[in-house]
Design a protein around this ligand. Sequence first.
Ligand code: SF4
Ligand code: SF4
Length: 392
Amino acid sequence: MAYAHTIEHAEIVHRCFRCGYCKFPSDYVDFNCPSYKAFGWDTYSPGGRMWLIRAWLNDEIKTSPHFAEILYSCVACDNCKNQCVFPKFRDFLPDIFQEAKAELVNEGRIPPKVRDYFKAIATNGNPYKLPQSERGKWAEGTGLQPYTNQEYLFYAGCVGSYDEVGQKMARSVGKLLANAGVSAGIFGSEEACDGNEVKILGEIGLFTKLAQENIEQFKAKGIKKIITLDPHALNVFKKEYPKLGGIFRVFHYTEILAGLIKEKKLALSDYPAKVTYHDSCYLARHNQIYGPPREILKAIPGIELVEMRRNALNAFCCGGGGGNFFTDILGTGEDSAGRVRVREARETRARIVAVACPSCAKMLSDAVKTEGLEDTLEVLGIAEIIERARAK
Ligand code: SF4
Ligand code: SF4
């Protein structure tokens, strides 16, 4: 059989039964694959995507803009990896989709929005096309200092550095770290993109360049421990940088803040509110960090934490993963992930959706506006909620 295209795991693609279990959460009550939920065609589901890739590898279908769009509608949420019934290859599921995207990059057949994203990173160093000199501006007034051999590097990432919602989250974390006396510094205008989305979108050459330059910089400055604002950065630092020789101890900010609260280094007052927590895919399913954000919320007097129907391992993605935060291939239709998720949050009667990821914060904030829920539902970062409990 002649393969016109190549991917690393081509030899196992044919093993998919196309049974379809992978598009559900573990109780099968709803669809948990955001791209299937948004478009409703089987080719947008994980199993359907497997069969589509199989046909493409066998040269039964050709590369086309529609085929590329289907591949790029995967938000790398990892639900299918956890729900696939076939243990022999379930671990490779989102990797296979990423490999197919990488092959499209090699062939130069990617959607224009993906091409524009790569171009912005390669040219400007960030997807917002903003000057590098503005990268550290978010930290003004937080008390955080430039990195000069402190215990931790606090890494804000592109969304935390440039997006208004992300900056708000970064500032809150920065202030709490500084107030609690944590020895942490920032790179500011010397910080560079971590490359997580670049890799997921399939530009392996650009990803390798970014990662190697970051590793070189971290090593040159003597970095041993990193606190990330963004779960996407945590993911790539923990899982991909070691393969390139960059081994660091990496923490998400919620892990550090949960520890500070336990050690009574951050005093908390009463903040009466019903709160639900949205698990970020990159923090939760990808890196199994479920506890610290919940521990923080439970430690705040007055907060009633209520879980959404789908939570932890079964949580529904906000739709911002896999680079969709920037490429917006899922769109904003009624069944787009963010809108589905805020309706689910609303079902709990909580008035705050707590988030631990700047991309989730932005996606869900936008969805709250689209759904007309601004008067009933507020999206807040975990650190912003802590700040409210310290405001009195
Ligand atoms: S990926 Fe796994 S669960 Fe999904 S259709 Fe294929 S075999 Fe079934
Ligand atoms: S990773 Fe998520 S979006 Fe992608 S196919 Fe699997 S369930 Fe769907």
